[in-house]
Design a protein around this ligand. Structure first.
Ligand code: ATP
Ligand code: PMV
Length: 503
């Protein structure tokens, strides 16, 4: 029986860099872009001599990369040996090793034979990422299609991925694949771990029991987070894995030492024990409920192609912190205040929507038709004035965030908000019904984001097109991990076309 799990991509709207240090928080929105992992047995029947095997087979299909990779996996220490000539995929490899080790470490004695049988049947794994994770500007331009979301919708689902040419190291380097910045590696690792743990009976993601479901999510989170850090060779803040598991929220990072047994003892300690250790560790990350206020929509626009490589940008900011401790501390303090201000203004808007829905709805729709300078005129009495005030509060906070992020980039010698993005974001924030706009996460040349009011997203997509910016088919979707009933490729072909809706 195949198990199919999916996990969403993310947009970090506040907290880039700061979120790397506790107790700074970041707001992460999960999106409709999803990564799918399909896990099934490679062999239906066990061969008669299989009881004596100490290894199993694993086939990894990544159709979008045109790769089919064969591995042998030791059932003693879970080492993977690649037996085909395809490029290796560390995210997938760590996800498999950690998930299988977790299955061993959690398996009750009376179920060990069943687990062994499942493992000996081998794994046939397929991974698929929604088109939204990847940049298709080159294809759209080559096909002479207009730079509008409808052109993206005309691509077949799970299209082939473009590889960046001239990939190098350094702060301005490009990543391996042309990406939009939605966190494909975190969503991929999380969907793989979720599907594998469910397949191996470690978790039950379909459970109706709330507490059991939550416990399953927590186990997936710990294994996916550890595997992702090991594959990346660094311990990031983890907001991307956290949102892939739990959906949109306000996030404060885990203390990095919780995965130290995985980092230090990988050779000395059996993987089963490493996994048991991280599962039993004190995971002190914080998750607080957060969603965009009603009638506010997330929109992403791709101004160029290829994206930026986050790890090298993080390295440059860390070097700057070391070389200019006082100045960097001051910038971080101002940034942290601005991040908190944006969060609280958005929470005030949500509360006003809850308490005064009719007035809120009218004000938001009225403002959606005008540039911000005309918003004050849309508010005649006290509550509507409060609503407009919260909108301005959010805008001002975003302008502060942008200016400090830009200065931080200049000081660290990296393009966090490069001038081309500044021009685009200023123009975007001056358009009708645009609440705010910024560079998500680490910034750079990934897609930019905007939050629009009411139906203003449609107009913004058209305006972006005339600025040579491609609006993506991405919106906020607060859901985290899900199990799926069927292979996403068999879903009706028109589902892509119906998703042209922007807001
Ligand atoms: N469809 C896929 N099949 C196989 N591997 C993939 C697929 N999509 C992404 N990957 C792997 O994930 C890597 C991308 O990870 P990376 O951390 O650079 O980007 P990202 O997670 O999208 O980053 P960001 O958070 O900045 O968006 C690729 O280099 C590739 O190894
Ligand atoms: C710079 C950083 O804070 C955010 C990176 O975000 P993104 O991958 O660019 O969305 C790094 C991290 O949180 O791990």
């Amino acid at each position: 029986m195949a198990v199919i799990a999916s996990a969403p991509g993310k947009v970090l709207i506040t907290g880039g860099y700061l979120i790397l240090e506790r107790p700074n928080a970041g707001i992460v929105l999960s999106t409709n872009a999803r990564f799918y992992a399909i896990v099934k047995p490679l062999y239906d029947e066990l061969r008669p001599d299989s009881w004596a095997w100490s290894w199993t087979d694993l086939k990894l299909n990544s159709p979008q990369m045109g790769r089919e990779t064969m591995y042998k996996m030791s059932l003693k220490h879970f080492a993977l040996q690649c037996t085909s000539s395809e490029a290796r995929n560390p995210f997938v490899e760590y996800a498999v090793q950690y998930a299988v080790a977790a299955a061993y470490s959690r398996c009750e004695n009376n179920k060990k034979d069943l687990l062994q049988k499942l493992l000996l049947q081998g794994f046939d794994i397929t991974i698929l990422g929604s088109n939204e994770f990847y940049s298709y500007r080159n294809e759209i331009e080559a096909r002479r299609l207009p730079l509008i979301p409808e052109s993206l919708a005309s691509l077949s689902p799970f299209s082939s991925i473009t590889f960046n040419t001239g990939v190098s190291n350094g702060p301005n380097s490009k990543p391996e694949v042309a990406k939009t910045g939605l966190g494909s590696s975190a969503a991929m690792t999380t969907s793989m771990v979720a599907a594998l743990l469910n397949y191996l009976g470690v978790v039950n993601l379909s459970s109706d029991n709330g507490a059991r479901h939550q416990e399953s999510l927590n186990v997936v989170h710990i294994i996916a987070q550890t595997a992702h850090c090991m594959a990346q060779g660094k311990v990031g803040s983890g907001f991307d894995v956290s949102s892939a598991v739990y959906g949109s929220h306000r996030y404060v990072r885990f203390s990095p030492q919780v995965i130290s047994s995985a980092q230090n003892a990988i050779r000395a300690m059996p993987l089963e024990e490493v996994v048991a250790d991280v599962l039993a560790g004190t995971w002190d990350h914080e998750r607080t409920k957060f969603r965009l206020p009603p009638l506010m929509n997330l929109l992403l626009g791709e101004p160029g192609t290829g994206g930026s490589s986050t790890p090298s940008m993080v390295g440059a900011v860390k070097n700057w912190q070391k070389s200019e401790p006082e100045k960097s501390m001051e910038t971080w303090k101002l940034l942290s205040e601005a991040n908190t201000a944006l969060e609280s203004q958005l929470n005030i808007s949500s509360k006003l929507a809850d308490d005064h829905w009719e007035i809120y709805k009218n004000v938001i729709y009225s403002c959606s038709m005008y540039q911000s300078e005309k918003w004050v005129e849309q508010a005649s009495e006290a509550i509507s004035q409060e609503i407009v005030q919260a909108l301005f509060g959010a805008r001002d906070a975003m302008l502060n965030i942008r200016s400090h992020m830009k200065l931080m980039g200049m000081a660290a010698g990296i393009p966090i908000e490069p001038d081309t993005q500044t021009e685009l974001l200023d123009a975007t924030m001056n358009m009708c019904g645009v609440l705010l706009a910024g560079v998500p996460g680490a910034g750079g040349f990934d897609a930019v984001f905007a939050v629009t009011l009411g139906d203003a997203g449609n107009k913004l997509a058209k305006a972006w097109s005339s600025h040579n910016v491609l609006a993506l088919l991405v919106s906020e979707d607060p859901r985290g991990i899900c199990t799926e009933d069927s292979d996403p490729r068999t879903k009706h072909i028109t589902s892509g076309i119906s998703s042209v809706r922007i807001v």
